[in-house]
Design a protein around this ligand. Structure first.
Ligand code: GDG
Length: 464
C-alpha cells in the first residue's frame, strides 16, 4: 500500500469526544493504515511566513501544519476561497467578488503549500488534494518535479460554463486541474459541467472518463462522498444520543419536531426554509401549536460580510415568524446558533419527525445522509430534501422539493406529517440502502483505486 499524503486547507486531528466529521474519520483511517501525513494550515497566523512545519501525531494520525500571514488569510481564505470561488461555484455570481489581490494571495498561499509539502513527499507516495482552496496546488507540485500520482477532489459544485466564465482568468485556473491524474466530483451533474467547460472553452475532448486538453489526459469522475454510516448508526443508538433524544422530546410535549442542521451559510437555503415553514403555518392554522422547527446553525466564516448579512437576516426572520405565530405556550422556531457534539446531534436527528434540508445549491450535503442514518428503523422520520443538493441524486425516496418555492415546501411538510408508517418505512429503507452502500469508506477506496489505476495506465502508456 502506498503512503497517502493528504493536503487540504485545514487538517482535522482525532478527538476523543467523537466530535469529528465522517470525512475526517475516514481520511484518518486511511492515513493510519498507510502511515501517511495530513498537511494543512494550522488556523493560526504569524507575522512573517517562515514555512516552518509543526508536526503532530495523535492516535496514529500524523499531521503537518503551517501558520500563514494575516494578509494570506485575508486574500486567500476569506478572499479568493470564500468571497470569490465559494459563491461563484454555488451559482451566486451576484455576490462573488473579483479582486486581483485575492487571486494573488490565493496563488501565493498555494505556492507556500507546494514549497512546504514537496520535501515531505516521497516518490511512491499517493497525493490527494482537497477542495477549492487548493485547485492549482497540483500544478505547482508538478513544477517542482513531482511525478507522483496526484488526485484532486472538489467538495462543492462545479458551476455551469456560463457562470464560470465570469471569473477573471478562469481558463488559467481550470488548466491547473490538468496537472492531476484523477479529478473527482460528487455528482454526474458537476462532472458534466466540467466536461462542458473543457470542450467549449478549452477545445478539449472527452472520451468516457478520460478528458484531454493538448498533451494532457486526466480521469474525471463522479464519486459521491458518504458518511461513516456504521459509526453514525451506533452513535444514534448510544447513551448520549438517547439522553439527548429524551431531553428534546420532553421539551416538545408531544409536538412534532422538524430539524435543520447547517453551518450558517447562504448556500444552505435557511431563509427559504424559514419562509417555507412560515407558509405552512399560514396555510394550516389548525396545526399551530402542534409542531416546532429546531434549526441548529453554528455560525461560520464570520469575517466575511455576506455571512454577517445572512446571520442578521435570519435573526430577524426567525424573530418575525415567532412574533407572528407564537402563543404563550408555543414558539414555532427554535433557532440555535451553537454546535453540538456528533453523538448529541445523532439524538436530535432521531427525535425529529422531519429532516428539512433545503440548500439552494450543495456539492453533496452530509446532513441529509446523517438524518437518514440516525432514524429508528421501526419508526423512521421523513426527509424533505432540496433537489439542488448533490445528495438528491442518491436519496430519491426523500420528498424532493424546490427550495425556492414556499408552497412546495409547505405541501411537503404537510405530506410528511400525514405520511403513514408503512410509507415512511419504505422510503427510509430505500434511502438507507444508499447511505450504507456508498458510505465514506466506499468513497475513499473508490477514489484511491482510481488513483492507483492511473499509475498503471501511465506506466502502460510510457512502455508503449
Ligand atoms: C462541504 C460541501 C459536502 C453541522 N453542525 C454541526 C455539525 N455539523 C456537521 C454536520 C455535517 C457537516 O457539519 C456539514 O456537512 P455538509 O455536507 O452538510 O456541508 P458543508 O460543511 O458545506 O460541506 C458539502 C461536504 O463538504 C463534504 O464533501 O457534502 O456539499 O459544501 O457532517 O453534521 N457537527 C457537529 N455539531 C454541529 O452543530 N458535531
Amino acid at each position: 500500500m502506498s503512503r497517502l499524503i493528504i493536503i487540504s486547507n485545514r487538517v482535522s486531528r482525532p478527538t476523543k469526544g467523537g466530535e469529528q466529521g465522517g470525512l475526517a474519520v475516514a481520511l484518518a483511517a486511511a492515513l493510519r493504515q498507510s502511515r501517511g501525513i495530513w498537511v494543512g494550515w494550522s488556523g493560526e497566523t504569524t507575522e512573517k511566513f517562515t514555512g516552518q512545519i509543526a508536526f503532530n501525531e495523535d492516535q496514529g494520525v500524523k499531521t503537518a501544519t503551517i501558520d500563514l500571514e494575516e494578509q494570506d488569510v485575508d486574500e486567500y481564505y476569506n478572499g479568493y476561497a470564500n468571497k470569490t470561488l465559494w459563491p461563484l461555484f454555488h451559482f451566486r455570481i451576484d455576490i462573488a467578488e473579483y479582486a486581483r489581490d485575492f487571486e494573488g494571495g490565493y496563488n501565493r498561499v498555494n505556492q507556500r503549500f507546494a514549497d512546504t509539502a514537496s520535501p515531505l513527499i516521497e516518490p511512491d507516495d499517493i497525493v490527494w488534494i482537497h477542495d477549492y482552496h487548493m485547485i492549482p496546488l497540483g500544478q505547482m507540485l508538478r513544477k517542482k518535479g513531482l511525478k507522483n500520482r496526484i488526485g484532486f477532489f472538489l467538495h462543492i459544485p462545479w458551476p455551469p460554463t456560463r457562470l464560470l466564465v465570469s471569473l477573471p482568468h478562469h481558463s488559467k485556473l481550470v488548466e491547473t486541474l490538468f496537472a492531476y491524474d484523477v479529478v473527482g466530483f460528487h455528482t454526474e451533474e458537476w462532472l458534466e459541467s466540467f466536461r462542458h467547460y473543457v470542450e467549449k472553452e478549452m477545445g478539449g475532448t472527452v472520451n468516457g472518463d478520460f478528458v484531454t486538453v493538448g498533451q494532457r489526459t486526466i480521469q474525471a469522475i463522479a464519486c459521491p462522498i458518504g458518511i461513516d454510516t456504521p459509526e453514525f448508526v451506533a452513535a444514534s443508538k448510544g447513551e448520549v444520543a438517547a439522553e439527548m433524544q429524551e431531553r428534546v422530546r420532553d421539551s416538545l410535549q408531544d409536538r412534532a419536531m422538524i430539524v435543520g442542521v447547517d453551518r450558517l451559510d447562504y448556500s444552505k437555503g435557511l431563509e427559504e426554509r424559514f419562509t417555507g415553514y412560515a407558509r405552512f403555518l399560514k396555510d394550516n392554522p389548525e396545526m399551530h401549536g402542534t409542531l416546532v422547527l429546531v434549526q441548529i446553525a453554528p455560525p461560520s466564516r464570520g469575517d466575511v460580510e455576506s455571512y454577517q448579512e445572512i446571520r442578521a437576516t435570519l435573526d430577524s426572520l426567525a424573530g418575525r415568524i415567532n412574533g407572528e405565530y407564537s402563543d404563550v405556550d408555543w414558539t414555532p422556531i427554535r433557532y440555535v446558533n451553537q454546535g453540538y457534539p456528533r453523538e448529541k446531534l445523532a439524538g436530535i436527528y432521531r427525535a425529529a419527525r422531519i429532516g428539512l434540508v433545503t440548500p439552494l445549491r450543495d456539492g453533496m450535503n452530509l446532513v441529509a445522509k446523517e438524518y437518514v442514518a440516525a432514524q429508528d428503523p421501526q419508526d423512521p422520520g421523513v426527509l424533505i430534501l432540496s433537489r439542488f443538493a448533490g445528495a438528491a441524486n442518491q436519496l430519491k425516496d426523500a420528498l424532493l422539493i424546490n427550495p425556492y418555492s414556499p408552497e412546495e415546501m409547505s405541501d411537503a411538510i404537510g405530506k410528511a406529517l400525514r405520511m403513514p408508517l408503512e410509507e415512511r418505512k419504505r422510503r427510509w429503507v430505500g434511502m438507507m440502502k444508499s447511505v450504507e452502500e456508498q458510505d465514506v469508506s466506499w468513497w475513499r477506496t473508490t477514489f484511491s483505486m482510481r488513483l492507483e489505476e492511473a499509475d498503471k495506465i501511465k506506466q502502460t502508456e510510457e512502455a508503449e
